[in-house]
Design a protein around this ligand. Structure first.
Ligand code: DC
Length: 227
């Protein structure tokens, strides 16, 4: 009998270290890491570059037909490709962060992304990070983690990340405003809002180190799945 694929869902607020934890877990467990936020960001980049009016359902639907998203491992880094082009760095800009929540609130966009996410997990054991993984995409996930941290701490961490990438003319206030905006849109949208699944483990990492968080998560996972 082939062992069945395992699904670990890592959901939570913007910039609270989901991808850091999910990548560590995927590497440790030898599962595939899937960054679902990158998928919504890639769609947003396509819409922006092609002037798609997100209020116009027909425009959105026909644009979606031209979007192909893939992940490849480039020098050990999970890298996002949009229609064959490496867009990993472009999708992380504050300009894309500024509109991605509005794009991610569109049901047609979510439908297409969720179908891709389910296909990926049909073929591999996965650690998938996002907002609705444990609630909508995989309500029966083997393990569900829900991450949070104080918004001031999240803003400071993201600000330092953007500075390190030489994003010009950005203030801590811009980053904080963006996070608050995304928290609001992500938690209040009608389709698949960000909410903690009842059976998720809550991990508040405001006062945790990256390795402290990893140890806690791994201990919880080991208690829930047999390797
Ligand atoms: O994780 P991230 O910050 O890269 O996600 C970007 C945006 O995409 C986020 O503001 C909300 C949206 N998103 C979503 O709606 N559902 C997911 N599963 C992942 C991200």
């Amino acid at each position: 009998m082939t062992p069945r694929n395992i699904i670990i869902a890592v959901d939570g607020y913007s910039s609270c270290g989901k991808s850091t934890l999910a990548k560590q877990l995927a590497q440790h467990l030898d599962y595939m890491y899937i960054d679902t936020g990158a998928m919504y960001r890639a769609v947003t980049l396509y819409f922006t570059n092609h002037g798609v009016n997100i209020e116009d359902l027909h425009e959105v639907q026909s644009a979606l037909e031209h979007i192909h998203i893939a992940f490849r491992n480039m020098e050990g880094q999970n890298t996002t490709f949009l229609n064959g082009a490496n867009v990993e760095s472009e999708i992380r800009s504050l300009a894309i962060s500024g509109v991605v929540s509005e794009v991610a609130a569109i049901p047609e966009v979510r439908k297409k992304m969720v179908a891709i996410q389910r296909d990926l997990a049909a073929a591999h054991s996965v650690v998938m990070d996002g907002r609705d993984i444990g609630t909508v995409v995989f309500p029966n996930a083997d393990v569900k983690l829900f991450l949070t941290a104080d918004v001031e701490v999240r803003a400071q961490r993201r600000f330092e990340e953007l500075l390190a990438k030489n994003e010009a003319n950005i203030t801590l206030e811009d980053v904080m405003a963006n996070l608050k905006h995304r928290d609001l849109v992500d938690t209040t949208r009608a389709d698949s809002p960000l909410v903690m699944a009842e059976d998720a483990m809550l991990l508040d990492n405001t006062h945790l180190t990256i390795s402290g968080q990893f140890k806690l998560a791994l201990k919880y996972i080991n208690g829930r799945i047999a390797h």
